[in-house]
Design a protein around this ligand. Structure first.
Ligand code: FES
Length: 104
């Protein structure tokens, strides 16, 4: 994980929960789906609401503003396939969640 960053303690986010984290000047939403962590861009592609304030249904995170659903494993948007959200690889190592940002 060459561009990996330690962004949270794994036990700080319970299964079924999401929250916003900041890393290297970017806002990401970190999600725990049944113990597996996923990271996506925090800004909703619709009108920019914080997806970290959204609610999770399985692996679909719903935007708090208008309810668009995003599959956090792929970034796909249920209602607007042309408006996916970017995903980032996330792993747990030594009790911490690491996220890989792209090199840019
Ligand atoms: S701002 Fe997210 S669905 Fe409208």
């Amino acid at each position: 994980m060459p561009n990996g960053y330690d962004i949270a303690e794994a036990d700080s986010l319970a299964p079924g929960k999401a929250r916003t984290v900041e890393v290297r000047g970017r806002r990401l939403t970190l999600v725990n789906v049944d113990g597996r962590f996923h990271a996506i861009d925090d800004a909703c592609p619709h009108r920019g609401s914080s997806l970290g304030e959204g609610f999770l249904d399985g692996c679909v995170l719903h935007c708090p503003l208008h309810g668009w659903g995003f599959d956090v494993t792929t970034g796909e948007c249920e209602v607007r396939p042309d408006k996916p959200v970017k995903t980032y690889p996330a792993v747990v190592r030594d009790g911490k969640v690491w996220v890989e940002l792209d090199a840019a």
